[in-house]
Design a protein. Sequence first.
Length: 84
Amino acid sequence: MPPAQMDQASVATPCVAKNLQTFLALDFGLKRTGFAVGNRLLGTAQPQGTLVAQGDARFALIAKRLKEWQPDALVIGVHFIPTG
């Protein structure tokens, strides 16, 4: 069947072998968001810098990183502020 006639349901989603998966880690802070990229093959992660943006402005920058790295999964960290 020509690609123009295929609907979205018939397009196969590529599978990545579990040992080759990549991860994008986001560490949300009050003023900055840190990034790291890791993979299962080497069992390592490398820092990829920090975004300085707050509110909705940070999500456009995060979307850019997601498009750039195309990770298999996300790891999310949230800044914790103890009270009391």
